[in-house]
Design a protein around this ligand. Sequence first.
Ligand code: DGP
Length: 108
Amino acid sequence: MSDCIFCRIRDGELPCKKVYEDEDVLAFHDIHPKAPVHVLVIPKQHVATFSDADEALLGRLMDRVRHVADSVLGLKEGWRLIVNVRAGGGQEVYHLHAHILGGKRLSF
Ligand code: DGP
């Protein structure tokens, strides 16, 4: 979608600090980090929100989130996974994305 920020990042029209990419997903640093490590993982396929994604896409996304957090970022002490769903959940960008937060002991 041409008016979607994350589609434009995926297509290289907007810059990002990329940490991982494969045929299914792209992972890059959040522009407003809430922790020492704050990375977003997006499916390359445009899906607006978590509720709209099918089982196969969610499975691939969760598998790659685990790979990025544990192997690419090496967050050995642990990390947090957040998916904000629609306005009530705090979602601002309507292209499905998972937040990986880590790099310190997180508290609520
Ligand atoms: P959410 O509230 O779950 O929709 O989170 C959207 C996140 O996306 C928010 O933490 C800030 C981040 N973000 C928004 N625009 C950009 C951008 O242009 N580049 C990057 N790297 N992150 C962005």
